[in-house]
Design a protein around this ligand. Structure first.
Ligand code: SF4
Length: 692
C-alpha cells in the first residue's frame, strides 16, 4: 500500500510558488509525489500537473554520476580528487598569469540550487577567486524587478503574499501567464473572481487569464509587445485627470509626484491607444476600475521584465500602485511572480554581480569589511567594483578577456540570448559545469562535476512571496554525485582556503544569519520548528517575519519614489526583411531549459517538442497549415520547428517556448540589454517565417 511508504516533506521545484510536497520512497527510490494536506501549504493542499510528477526525473538514467575531464576531446570518467585538483590548479594558474585582474574568472550560480549553495558559491567567487563576477539567471528574468522596485520602494521583491490575492477586489495582471506558470497562484485569482473581484489582463497573447477576464466581466487587452509603459502611463493619465488617485497617500508617503505627473499627462489615452494597439475605451475603462478599486493587486512576471525597458516597466507598475494608494495594505501591492523555485533566494543570497547577501552593495567599503571579517580574508584583496553579469560574461569570454567559467546548475546554451554567440564564447574558456543531467552546456565543458538533485539535498528555498522553507534530503546523492556546497568547498580547499568547510547546511545558514540583516532571524532551528517557514525581512530571532512590505505607506526607503518614465521603443523592430515580432516564454508542461521536465515521462508526453505559434492571418498569408514544419529566422540564426496556427497570437506576432534545445528559441533572440538591470530583451525581436 502506497500510504505505508516512507514519506519526506519538502518543497516543489517547478516554480516559485513554494508548494509543499511529500516524496514517497520505496527500496531507496522516490516513486511518488503527494501534496501536503496536513499542514501549511502555499498550494492549499493541491498540486499542479508539474508538482504531481515531481519525482519522475530524479532517477532518470541520464543522471550524471561521475566526475569527468575532457581528454583528447572526449569527456572521460575520473576520480573526484583528480577533477578537483585539476580545476583548482587551472584557476590558480589563470590568477597567477593575470595578477590583479579581477575579470578573468567568472561563476554562474543557480536559482535551482538552495540558499545555502548560492551563498557558498558567491562566497567562493569573492573570497577565493577575488572577483565579483558571479551572477545567475535572475539576471535573465527578474533583474529589472530587483532594480526597479528597489528604486521606487527600497526593496526589490514581491510586496505582498500569495494568500492576499484572493481578497483583492481588483487584480491587474500584465505579462504573467499565471494559470500556466504559477497554477496554484492562478487558483487564488479564481477565488477572488468568485468573490466578485474584477480582473484586468494585459498581455500581447491571448492567454487563459484573458478568457477568464472576459468571462467575468473584466477587461482583456493585447498590447503590442514592448509598449507597457505607454499602456500604464495612458491609464494613469485618466486616473489623474479624473481625480481617481489617492491624494492623501501620495502627499503623505510619496515623493517626486509633480515630475511624474508632467510625464504621464503627455500620454493621453488616444496616444496610448495609437502606440499599444489597444482600444482607447479599454484603457479608460481599466483606469477607472483600478482608480475606484479598494484593494488592487498588481501581478506581473517576465512579460514586464524581459525588455530593454524592463526597469522602466517595473517602475511604472510601482507608479500605478502608489498613485492609487494600493501599497502597504492587505490584498494590494506590486507582485512580481518568480519563475524558478529559488530565484528569489539566489538573489537574496548575493548570487548577483553587484550585491552581497541581502542586497548589501559590493561597492560600499563597510559591507566589504563586514564580509572580509566573517570570511577571514584581507579586505584589500577583495573586488571593489561590480562584476560582470551573465551576458557580459559571455561577451568577455568571446573577446578573450574571461579565461574560465564555473557553471553550477545553469544551462546558458539554452537559456541565454543569441546562443550561437554563447557557443563561440564558451568554446574559448576553461569551462567547468556542475549539474545533474548532461545539458548542451555540459557538452562543451572541460570538466563535469555530478551534483545531487533537490531530493538528495538539505537546505532552504525562498519562494516568490519571500518565504524561506525547508528542502529535505529524501535519499542520499545518486551514484558518485555530491552536494553542490560540498563540491565548492572541495575546490576552495584545494586552492588553499579553509573558510568553506562545512559539515552541514545548518552551519551555512548560521553564517547567513550573521551577515544578512533581512535573514538575521531566519534560523535553522526556527525553520525546523514551524511548518510555515518565515518571510523576510526577519531581522532577529524574536521577529515573526513580514507578510507584506511597506505597511501603512512606510516604505523601506522612507518615501515611495515616483519616477517620470517616458515611453521608449524596443531595440529591434520588425522591418521588410524580418516583418514579425518574436516573443518567447514557457508552457504549462515544462520548466526552464527542459533539463528536468523533459525527463519526466508524463510531462514530456504532453509537449514533446518545440513549436511556433502563428496567427491565422499570417499563416494564411504564408500558406502555412497547422502542424507543418517551418523555418523561423532572425538576424542571429535560424531554427526549424512545427507551426501551431492559433488565435492566441495577433497578426504580426509569433511566440516560441524556450524549453526545447533542438529548436532553441534563444538562437533567435537578441542580446540587447536594459541599461540598468542588464536583462536581455527576450520578449521582442524581429523575425520571419518561411515554408520549408
Ligand atoms: Fe510546484 Fe509551482 Fe505547481 Fe506548486 S504551482 S505544484 S510549486 S509547479
Amino acid at each position: 500500500m502506497i500510504d505505508k511508504l516512507e514519506k519526506v516533506k519538502t518543497t516543489c521545484v517547478y516554480c516559485g510558488t513554494g508548494c509543499q510536497v511529500y516524496l514517497k520512497v520505496k527500496d531507496g527510490k522516490i516513486i511518488d509525489t503527494k501534496p501536503v494536506r496536513d499542514g501549511f501549504n502555499p498550494g492549499l493542499g493541491k498540486l499542479c500537473i508539474k508538482g504531481w510528477n515531481l519525482h519522475e526525473f530524479i532517477h532518470h538514467p541520464d543522471r550524471l554520476t561521475e566526475p569527468m575531464i575532457r581528454k583528447n576531446g572526449v569527456l572521460e570518467k575520473v576520480s573526484w580528487d583528480e577533477a578537483i585538483n585539476y580545476i583548482a590548479d587551472k584557476f590558480k594558474q589563470i590568477m597567477k598569469e593575470n595578477p590583479g585582474d579581477k575579470r578573468v574568472i567568472g561563476c554562474l550560480s543557480s536559482a535551482k540550487c538552495t540558499n545555502e549553495e548560492n551563498y557558498v558559491l558567491q562566497k567562493f567567487t569573492r573570497a577565493v577567486l577575488k572577483t565579483n563576477n558571479v551572477d545567475h539567471c535572475a539576471r535573465l528574468c527578474h533583474a529589472s524587478t530587483v532594480a526597479g522596485l528597489a528604486a521606487a520602494f527600497g526593496s526589490g521583491a514581491m510586496t505582498n503574499s500569495i494568500d492576499e490575492i484572493a481578497d483583492a477586489d481588483v487584480i491587474y495582471i500584465t505579462g504573467s501567464n499565471t494559470n500556466e506558470q504559477h497554477p496554484l497562484i492562478g487558483k487564488r485569482i479564481l477565488e477572488a473572481l468568485h468573490k466578485g473581484a474584477k480582473l484586468i489582463v494585459a498581455d500581447p497573447r491571448t492567454i487563459p487569464l484573458s478568457e477568464l477576464a472576459t468571462d467575468h466581466d473584466g477587461i482583456q487587452m493585447n498590447q503590442r509587445p514592448g509598449t507597457d509603459v505607454a499602456l500604464m502611463n495612458g491609464m494613469m493619465n485618466v486616473i489623474i485627470n479624473e481625480n481617481l488617485y489617492d491624494k492623501e497617500f501620495v502627499e503623505q508617503h510619496c515623493e517626486n509626484f509633480e515630475e511624474f505627473k508632467e510625464e504621464v499627462l503627455k500620454m493621453t489615452p488616444e496616444k496610448a491607444a495609437e502606440i499599444t494597439g489597444v482600444k482607447k475605451e479599454k484603457i479608460i475603462d481599466s483606469a477607472r476600475i483600478i482608480g475606484k478599486g479598494k484593494a488592487v493587486s498588481l501581478i506581473y512576471s517576465m512579460g514586464i521584465t524581459q525588455h530593454t525597458t524592463g526597469v522602466d516597466n517595473v517602475k511604472t507598475t510601482a507608479n500605478l500602485q502608489m498613485l492609487c494608494g494600493n501599497m502597504g495594505k492587505w490584498g494590494t501591492g506590486v507582485n512580481p511572480l518568480r519563475g524558478q523555485q529559488n530565484v528569489q533566494g539566489a538573489c537574496d543570497l548575493g548570487a548577483l554581480a553587484n550585491v552581497f547577501t541581502g542586497y548589501q552593495k559590493v561597492v560600499e567599503a563597510d559591507k566589504r569589511e563586514k564580509m572580509a571579517k566573517e570570511w577571514g580574508i584581507d579586505v584589500n584583496e577583495m573586488d571593489d567594483q561590480i562584476g560582470y553579469t551573465v551576458v557580459e560574461m559571455m561577451n568577455a569570454a568571446y573577446d578573450g578577456q574571461l579565461k574560465a567559467l564555473y557553471v553550477m546548475g545553469e544551462n546558458p546554451m539554452v537559456s541565454d540570448p543569441d546562443i550561437n554567440h554563447v557557443r563561440e564564447a564558451l568554446k574559448k574558456v576553461f569551462l567547468v559545469v556542475q549539474d545533474i543531467f548532461p545539458t548542451p552546456t555540459v557538452e562543451l565543458a572541460d570538466v563535469v562535476l555530478p551534483a545531487a538533485s533537490f531530493a538528495e539535498t538539505t537546505g532552504t528555498f525562498t519562494s516568490t512571496e519571500r518565504r524561506i522553507q525547508m528542502v529535505r534530503e529524501v535519499i542520499p546523492p545518486i551514484g558518485n554525485s555530491k552536494y553542490d556546497w560540498e563540491i565548492v568547498g572541495l575546490i576552495a580547499k584545494a586552492m588553499g582556503y579553509d573558510g568553506l568547510q562545512y559539515s552541514h547546511p545548518k552551519e551555512i545558514m548560521d553564517e547567513i544569519n550573521r551577515v544578512t540583516p533581512i535573514y538575521g532571524g531566519i534560523t535553522w532551528d526556527r525553520l525546523n520548528q514551524t511548518d510555515k517557514g518565515l518571510q523576510w525581512p526577519c531581522p532577529d530571532p524574536s521577529h515573526p517575519g513580514t507578510v507584506f512590505l511597506h505597511k501603512d505607506g512606510n516604505f523601506s526607503r522612507g518615501k515611495g519614489h515616483f519616477h517620470a518614465v517616458p515611453f521608449k521603443e524596443p531595440a529591434e523592430l520588425p522591418d521588410d526583411e524580418y516583418p514579425l515580432i518574436l516573443s518567447t516564454g514557457r508552457v504549462l508542461w515544462h520548466y526552464h531549459t527542459g533539463t528536468m521536465s523533459r525527463r519526466s515521462a508524463t510531462l514530456n508526453a504532453r509537449v514533446p517538442e518545440g513549436y511556433v505559434e502563428v496567427s491565422i492571418p499570417d499563416a494564411t498569408k504564408l500558406n502555412i497549415v497547422d502542424g507543418e514544419k517551418v523555418k523561423v529566422s532572425s538576424r542571429r540564426g535560424e531554427i526549424e520547428l512545427k507551426a501551431k496556427v492559433t488565435h492566441r497570437v495577433k497578426e504580426g506576432l509569433i511566440f516560441i517556448p524556450f524549453h526545447f534545445k533542438e529548436a532553441a528559441a534563444n538562437v533567435l533572440t537578441i542580446a540587447a540589454l536594459d541599461p540598468i538591470a542588464k536583462i536581455p530583451e527576450y520578449k521582442v525581436c524581429a523575425a520571419k517565417i518561411q515554408k520549408i
